[in-house]
Design a protein around this ligand. Structure first.
Ligand code: ARG
Length: 468
């Protein structure tokens, strides 16, 4: 059983003019959003201050009233920040809680604040401001993470390691190249948040309930005051779309997928079987029963966060589909998903930055693993094409026979003798051994975007310039 709030016989003072009695206690419970939308208090007060200043500048309310409202809102803000604001469920949401408290503090002028606006444009404005701040925080978090990955890439630009496909050794790559792959992913995440921010940066304030207002308001002025680029051009759209929140969640979901994949690699790499990396004590936990354990809990938790972030994304898409214009109360269900996704994304970005910064890559283990598993078989095939003029398919076949020979004997490709090689193809010369080493292999991959240390260093330099 949930707690039933005390039933409220008094009609709501904000909209109860035509109501004889208050709502049923359960109605109040399902209707209220103050339990979560109190997180919008700073944006709500900022929006109200901008609105009141504009109303006075336009001669819609007096300067004296505007000044009283301004002072009163600052008092409300400090009460909330000091933790002694009397939040009331009967007042539904943050907008009515703030306004009712303003009335208790300044009296009659408080009633003039809501001239020429509605909770519909008010909530759309507050929420846009909040999500805009989260985009800024995500951008900052991603920049820090990219810097951490660049630090790793720079230290190990020429450290060889196995590159995988199907998690089977494929071709040698460098540690720097692998780290830079994540820099590219997080870089696209960064630009997605920037794009989303730019698109959402228009003001709904002044759209009023849905149709605009007859008061001579100045929407350009409030938009400017709130740091928006311009007012939204259609009042119905302004109060009723939440695509900015969907876009934020979509960006967050894609970023969380990238974080999850990197987490998975950290989990695999830090295992006793791989030992490619060791995680710092700061980012590991022990086991209460197995003293040898160092568990990568933070990586595992970040790996899991995509579940709730994508869950919230699907939830809001589902809430919004099929809603007729303009506002419907369904849209009150937009906030918790976004709050939760933003909190968990920012926490994950911060934790991943810390883990990557403090991570020690084990160069010897990486290099040892790089040469195992016939990782230079492709280099051998390429050599046969280049030096002996074989068609690639034939070269593939010759190399396959040599791999099989080495595998049967339990040795690596460079351990075969020239006679072994020539028994499969008599054109092979001593020169072939030059391409069988993993360092030669990575150094030869000079194509743009390839794993050669020179290429990797060029990409690191480009990114450092981009971030500066
Ligand atoms: N608490 C509401 C929300 O979050 C505010 C807007 C209410 N508007 C209304 N017409 N009932 O969506």
């Amino acid at each position: 059983m949930t707690d039933r709030p005390d039933s409220n016989d008094a009609a709501n003072s904000m909209w109860g003019g035509r109501f004889a009695a208050g709502p049923d206690a359960i109605m109040e419970a399902i209707n209220a959003s103050i339990g979560f939308d109190r997180r919008l208090y700073a944006q709500d007060i900022r929006g109200s201050r901008a609105h009141a200043a504009m109303l006075a500048a336009q001669g819609i309310i007096s300067d004296t009233d505007a000044e009283a409202i301004r002072e009163g809102l600052l008092t409300v803000l400090s009460e909330i920040e000091a933790g002694n604001f009397p939040f009331r469920t009967a007042l539904e949401d943050i907008h009515m809680n703030v306004e009712a408290r303003l009335k208790e503090i300044i009296g009659e002028p408080a009633g003039r604040l809501h001239t020429g606006r509605s909770r519909n444009d008010q909530v759309a404005t507050d929420f846009r401001l909040w999500v805009r701040d989260q985009c800024d925080a995500a951008i900052e978090g991603l920049q820090a993470l990219i810097r951490a990955c660049l630090g790793q890439a720079e230290a190990g630009a020429d450290w060889v390691m196995p590159g995988f496909t199907h998690l089977q050794t494929a071709q040698p790559v460098t540690w720097g190249h692998h780290m830079m792959a994540y820099v590219e992913m997080f870089g696209r995440d960064l630009s997605r948040f920037r794009d989303a921010r730019a698109r959402m940066n228009e003001s709904p304030l002044g759209a009023a309930a849905l149709a605009g207002t007859g008061y001579p308001i100045d929407r350009q002025a409030t938009a400017r005051d709130l740091g928006f680029d311009r007012p939204m051009a259609n009042s119905l759209d302004a109060v009723s779309d939440r695509d900015f929140a969907l876009e934020f969640l979509s960006c967050a979901s894609i970023c969380a997928v990238h974080l999850s994949r990197l987490s998975e690699e950290l989990v695999i790499w830090s295992s006793a079987q791989f030992r490619f990396v060791s995680m710092s004590d700061k980012w590991s936990t022990g086991s209460s029963i197995m003293p040898q354990k160092r568990n990568p809990d933070a990586a595992e938790l970040i790996r899991a966060k995509i579940g709730r972030i994508l869950g919230g994304t699907v939830a809001l898409f589902t809430v919004m589909k099929g809603l007729p214009l303009a506002y419907s109360k369904d849209m009150q269900e937009d906030k918790e998903q976004v709050f939760d996704a933003a909190d968990n994304l920012l926490l994950s970005l911060a934790a991943m930055s810390g883990m990557i910064t403090d991570l020690t890559a084990n160069r010897d283990r990486l290099e040892g693993a790089a040469s195992a598993g016939f990782s230079t078989a492709t280099d051998l095939a390429d050599w046969l094409v280049r030096e002996l003029g074989l068609p690639f398919r034939d070269a593939h076949h010759v190399t396959g026979s040599l791999v099989a020979m080495a595998e049967t004997r339990g040795i690596d490709l460079p351990d075969l003798t020239l006679e072994d090689m020539r028994s499969v193809h008599d054109g092979i010369t001593q020169d072939v051994f030059g391409v069988l080493g993993v360092h030669n292999s990575v150094a030869s991959r000079q194509s743009y975007g390839g794993t050669a240390p020179d290429q990797v260093r060029a990409q690191i330099a480009r990114w450092k310039e981009t971030l500066a």
